[in-house]
Design a protein around this ligand. Structure first.
Ligand code: FES
Length: 209
């Protein structure tokens, strides 16, 4: 309950009881995620920034994806108009709730020298972002490392912006999780794994082939 409603419940209990009763009894057929998404549509339509900041994280927590939240914002367009929708998108950008833009950069960078092996931590995700490509390097021991394309095999999101779980990376868009030792998709299991970019270690330097 918002602080304003809490205040109202204390200062005007009769009015607040009916108001809260309305909310409680009038929305019974919708699941939590749908309710929050519809709340986002209404908040954008009336132009309340605070409401959007309140309900967008709730929708995310209830299982909505960033795309679904963005769709809810766009659903408000016929009633809200372009400016309110753009304001809402700016708020979502500030809150880091916008979906990733698919990474369509070519797989291989122009510069094939990725760095000294000692620059890469042992058994931890390390991102390498170059004008030509985004990559993830996973150094398995003193002398070996695996280089992956950071393009998510699901919908091409940039995994360099994913959640770093050390020896796993989680895509921020639909939360697929990849094992960096094998490149396999752990969750949902059995889906396409990471693309390996051939590389070699020469004189302690990691170089793409
Ligand atoms: S883009 Fe869907 S899980 Fe990565």
């Amino acid at each position: 309950m918002s602080k304003a409603l809490t205040y109202l419940a204390k200062s005007r209990p009769d009015a607040a009881t009916h108001l809260l009763g309305f909310y409680k009894h009038s929305v019974q057929a919708l699941d939590e995620k749908t309710r929050h998404l519809i709340q986002i549509v209404t908040k954008v339509t009336v132009g309340t920034e605070r409401g959007l900041r309140q309900y967008a994280p709730k929708a995310l927590k209830a299982g909505a994806s960033r795309e679904e939240i963005l769709d809810a914002v766009l659903m408000a367009f016929p009633a809200a108009g372009l400016n309110k929708v753009l304001d809402a998108i700016e708020i979502m950008r500030e809150m880091d709730l916008l979906p990733e833009i698919p990474d369509d950069t070519p797989t291989l960078p122009n510069d094939k020298h990725l760095g000294a092996m000692n620059d890469f931590p042992l058994r931890r995700m390390q991102t390498v972002q170059r004008p030509g490509a985004n990559m993830i390097v996973f150094r398995t021991d003193e002398t070996q490392a695996i280089v992956y394309s950071a393009r998510c095999p699901h919908s091409k999101a940039n995994l360099c912006k994913g959640t770093d779980h050390g020896d796993r990376v989680e895509c921020r868009v639909h939360n697929w999780i990849f094992d960096l030792e094998s490149g396999q998709c752990l969750n949902p299991a059995g889906n396409a794994g990471l693309e390996v970019i051939p590389s070699v270690v020469r004189d302690g330097q990691l170089i793409l082939l």
